[in-house]
Design a protein around this ligand. Structure first.
Ligand SMILES: [Zn+2]
Ligand SMILES: [Zn+2]
Length: 434
């Protein structure tokens, strides 16, 4: 018997956390992330006195951000890989530093998490308790991302984590053929209702528009997530022979360096090294001179323009009809990036220290603004194709749809029911016996 309890990521993207228990009560946690809202950022509380292991699918903080909480006076083994550990260290430190939210853990707990890390290779079967094993498989989402198969009391459960069924320039795709026969799948559903545009055409269009802008004397700002998307943009530019000036700034520099040090996490380390060599890292001294220069591409955080060094460059670009801002990641509603793409207006939060006031200024974009959907998640068709390739040990074919908004998870679950799967979109706190 295996019991699955959903402690988060039900009908939302945020605080991914899944508890698996054996019949004698041994416990394992898969992911332990945070969500971004005012209250209840951590996964649902539950009794974890028999926690035998913690395993992480990938570095994004909606999967990893609350992990240190599990290491408050406790030392369960933490299963991950070197590139993911190095990145979560930086991301969690950054979250603690910039957030006003009173997280019930700090650097001490983060250090304790790191002390308990054990590295698992892809395909290596790790015992965590009696009749309780974990195995990692490539998930194709970002460098270091894995899906996890949990074997407990003779049952096998696949937790996909975030998956991409198409290769990107940075990583290979997830491969469902490698997954052994399972009894149940916990499936991400982020883009269950979307169809991504054909990748090659999109890449071509992205680079052509950049070259055109540069040739006309403009500058291009590419706000991108520090993890994976910034590096993907740089790889695309190099592959399609953009040979102009290219700069990287913000947290993307640090993550690019970590990937450089972990070539095992990349699809093609030589391509990555070549692409990165063409891009210049911006340091404090250089920042001023680059702000005024035209004919350059600047790839920098944050991806949704909520902060980060993109704000340092954006004002003159917004006012320049020859320049362009090309967003390359999903824009959540309510973020400055979403407003810029949909309304052509950028909202500055200015801070007048003399008068001790904060005020918002809307600047209308005179520059070109465009969104390129370089997603690292499977789309609706990708998810269906993936699940169809999974082999089930029994006819019930249980699929739990998580990590998507209400409409995405419920639609995906009902589509799967129509195709003879036993599928549900669970609610936070619900448990199921397999
Ligand atoms: Zn992710
Ligand atoms: Zn996620």
């Amino acid at each position: 018997m295996a019991k699955i309890t959903f402690l988060g990521s039900c009908r939302e993207v945020g605080r991914s956390a899944i508890l698996i228990e054996s019949k004698n009560g041994d416990q394992c946690i898969l992911d332990y992330g945070i969500r971004f809202r005012e209250e209840e950022r951590l996964p649902q509380k539950t009794d974890l006195t028999r926690l035998k292991g913690v395993a992480l699918t990938h570095c994004h903080v909606d999967h990893s951000g609350a992990l240190p909480y599990l290491y408050k006076n406790k030392n369960p083994p933490f299963f991950t890989n070197p590139v993911t550990l190095e990145i979560i260290d930086k991301l969690i430190q950054d979250t603690l530093r910039i957030s006003k939210y009173p997280y019930p853990f700090g650097i001490d707990e983060l250090n304790n998490l790191k002390r308990n890390a054990h590295f698992l290779e892809l395909g290596e079967r790790q015992r965590i308790a009696d009749d309780f094993f974990l195995t990692f498989y490539d998930a194709g989402h970002v460098p270091g991302s894995v899906s996890i198969v949990v074997e407990v009391d003779g049952k096998k459960i696949l937790y996909t984590g975030d998956i991409n069924t198409k290769p990107t320039n940075l990583v290979k795709s997830a491969n469902p053929d490698q997954i052994p026969e399972v009894d149940a799948v916990i499936l991400e559903s982020t883009y269950a209702l979307r169809t991504h545009p054909p990748r090659e055409e999109l890449e071509q269009q992205f680079v052509e528009e950049i070259i055109e802008t540069i040739e006309n004397g403009g500058k291009v700002l590419v706000p991108a997530f520090a993890v994976a998307r910034s590096q993907e943009a740089i790889l695309i530019l190099n592959k399609l022979r953009y040979r102009g000036k290219l700069f990287i700034d913000g947290m993307a520099k640090l993550i690019s360096k970590i990937y450089f040090d972990h070539p095992e996490s990349l699809k093609n380390k030589n391509q990555y090294r070549n692409a990165l060599r063409r891009a210049k890292f911006i340091n404090r001294r250089r920042k001023k001179s680059i702000t005024g220069k035209s004919n350059s591409v600047i790839v920098t955080t944050s991806g949704m323009l909520k902060g980060g060094s993109a704000l340092h460059y954006i004002k003159p670009i917004l006012k320049d009809p020859l320049s362009a801002i090309f967003l390359v990641g999903y824009q959540v509603e309510g973020t400055p990036g979403h407003k810029l793409v949909n309304e052509g207006v950028f909202m500055f939060k200015e801070n007048d220290s003399k008068r001790h006031t904060n005020f918002d200024i809307d600047i209308e974009a005179k520059c070109k603004v465009k969104y390129f959907d370089f997603s690292s998640h499977a789309d609706g068709q990708g998810l269906q194709d993936y699940i169809d390739k999974i082999k089930f040990q029994n006819s019930s074919k249980d699929v739990f749809c998580v990590h998507g908004d209400n409409k995405s998870v419920t639609t995906l679950a009902s589509n799967l029911v129509d195709r003879n799967y036993r599928s549900v979109a669970p609610e936070d706190g619900e448990s199921y016996i397999i």
